[in-house]
Design a protein around this ligand. Sequence first.
Ligand SMILES: CCCCC[C@H](S)C(=O)N[C@@H](Cc1ccccc1)C(=O)N[C@@H](C)C(=O)O
Ligand SMILES: [Ca+2]
Ligand SMILES: [Zn+2]
Length: 302
Amino acid sequence: VTHGATSGYGYGVLGDYKTLNTYYYNGWYYLYDVTKPMNGVIETRDANNGTTQGGYSVDSNNAFTSSGQAADVDAHKYAGIVYDYYYNTHNRNSFDNAGSTIISTVHYSTNYNNAFWNGNQMVYGDGDGTTFIALSGALDVVAHELTHAVTERTAGLIYQDQSGALNESMSDVFGYFVEPNDYLMGEDVYTPGISGDALRSISDPTAYGQPDHMNDYYYTSSDNGGVHTNSGIPNKAAYNTIVSIGKTKAEKIYYRALTVYLTSSSDFSDARAALLSSTADLYGYGTEYTAVENAWDAVGVY
Ligand SMILES: CCCCC[C@H](S)C(=O)N[C@@H](Cc1ccccc1)C(=O)N[C@@H](C)C(=O)O
Ligand SMILES: [Ca+2]
Ligand SMILES: [Zn+2]
């Protein structure tokens, strides 16, 4: 072929084999996925431990099998999975619902124990090897970060205090919806030397130092008002909702609340109201509505 879509493969951060949607051009294979509907593109880049966007992740023979390519493989594969989740479950075409290219950069900085959405793209550190390994190696992390992009283009929840904790919670909750095999966050890339732990739990936020009730709201000036701590309260309410009405209904009311009712300054009480309105819209005022009321009563938010 002169150039065009190809199918490659590689090994992820956990050493697992996975197929990849790649693109051949001028002697090189790119992590550039053109298989999505309406020309949605997913591209993965490599910062080579710098702090710029980096160039495209490329390979000479379409086999992304070197250890240095593992983070690239997972960032690319998982971005595609998250794209598919939003398209197939919520009919949303990319984070802006207009098919914008989803860009990821891996190997950001050195020993960087975090991942983030920078307003234009996802960025992943490699971790320091003790607290984290390469963060794109966890599907719930990728879903967390891409959900920040969705939130930014919809509710626009300000990243401070209660709206900020809600912003963080939406990213964790959709991290669960995309990876529903556990209620843990980041377990696949967190503390490789310790098994069974995680950065957070939505079923029991207190297991990792987060509050699960308004009585224990953590007032602080750090971390934008403790957004990674206080997210435990809406996270617990989401867990309560998921357990009582099921994932299929829960993800519909959460998506509707995020895209229709929540605004940039919404606080926890506004979130309760937004979810109740969404529930009423979709399922009426029956058992699902009561379940959402109970879910938020249980965390002390009215
Ligand atoms: C650059 C400034 C910080 C940005 C914070 C990003 S959005 C974030 O919340 N990252 C997640 C990564 C993550 C997600 C799911 C599971 C594990 C880890 C996060 O929770 N970061 C923690 C370490 C933090 O910033 O406190
Ligand atoms: Ca998980
Ligand atoms: Zn976040």
